[in-house]
Design a protein around this ligand. Sequence first.
Ligand code: GUN
Length: 299
Amino acid sequence: MEINKTAQIIDGRLVAKKLKEKMKNEIVAMIDEGENCPHLAAILVGDDPASQTYVANKEKAAQNIGIISSTYRYPTDISENELLEIVNYLNNDPEIDGFIVQLPLPAHITESKIIESINPAKDVDGFHPINVGNMVLGQPGFLSATPYGIMYLLDYYNIKTQGKHCVVLGRSNIVGRPMSILLSRKTGNANSTVTLCHSKTENMADITKTADILICAIGKPEFVTADMVKPGATVIDVGIHRIPDSAKEKGYRLTGDVAFDEVSQKASFITPVPGGVGPMTIAMLLKNTLSAYKKEFYK
Ligand code: GUN
């Protein structure tokens, strides 16, 4: 008889909760010592519903652990120059420890120009070229929150990366690309052998089948099926998609880039959607904010 073994769930919600509790205790102790509260700001342009939700969740999570949170909201037709002025204002406001510019921005604004205008010492998203450069070189700096959260989860669950083949699906600046670099770094003992797959990769399944750790950030619902996964692999799902489902009260269900039901029968560890990578992204943004407040990387 074939035994159907099910993967261990990587509980990002729990790990994020524990990390946030630890940070909250640290912040309470700092405030008891007479220090100011850390302060995180977000710039939100336009009325994209997903961005509104992300920013609201970040605000709530920050406030829950004693970080002051301010959101600067602007209409879609704000000019690039006006936005640059706002970034400059936050760069120079001593009350603000760190801030993010929620992406995507409207098409008439050049994202890279805005990101490059952020003071790297306040760039808690880790998107500025100085922080990206430090990450590549293995130097201290802010790490992009989602890949940072995935590294934290792998460490928490004692999933060894050294010498392992890690396959990353997706080459975005926010997730796939930094993920591929973090996993291959000597810093932090990641030491993986990394393959980065993307939309132009040929014979992708042949590659994913050799992955000890498979990071799925390709942005396609349930793209990764069981036949693409090596038995016993660790599967990390970064995707989050709404699929219409009339059986659900809300009229939709959430799913990731991985066909969870079948892949969880084959993997040894797997992140669920929701409750896997998502909660870690917010926790790591708060961790970066605390680092900015403590001037851990830039004096
Ligand atoms: N849009 C989607 N994810 C992110 C993120 O982590 N930071 C910012 N600023 N925008 C995003």
